[in-house]
Ligand binder design. Structure first.
Ligand SMILES: [Zn+2]
Length: 130
């Protein structure tokens, strides 16, 4: 959406879609524009559902680091419409949740040197006694 002094221009959320129209600032009347989309409506609402489920699951996964992702997806899925989503979408949500959680954990060492350094940085009981 973009604004000028007297009007607002709206465009479709799909980048390749040509649908857009202009409304006046104070009313919702369409002044001019092209409101037909080059894509189906259902496709839109399914991807919106995917996005909603993904976002709320990611948030939950971050808030509760112990709960199993599958259970979070089931719980979140009950509070919203999920028809049109397939197993692959659910798997993607689960992967996104793992990625989100991993951000809160220390990086895994990728070389032997990194591993040794990581171990030497861990404070052990022996260090405290010195
Ligand atoms: Zn469109």
């Amino acid at each position: 959406m973009s604004e000028s002094k007297s009007s607002r221009t709206w465009r479709c959320t799909q980048k390749d879609c040509k649908a857009r129209f202009t409304t006046s600032l104070n009313t919702t009347d369409i002044l001019h524009g092209m409101t037909s989309h080059c894509h189906g409506k259902t496709e839109d609402s399914v991807s919106l559902k995917k996005l909603q489920l993904r976002q709320s699951c990611k948030r939950k996964a971050e808030d509760d680091l112990i709960e199993r992702p599958r259970k979070i997806i089931v719980t979140e899925g009950q509070s919203m419409e999920t028809d049109g989503l397939n197993q692959r979408d659910i798997d993607n949500v689960r992967k996104a949740m793992w990625r989100q959680r991993r951000k809160h954990q220390p990086k895994l060492p990728i070389s032997r040197m990194d591993a040794l350094r990581a171990i030497s940085e861990i404070e052990t009981r022996q260090d405290c006694d010195r």
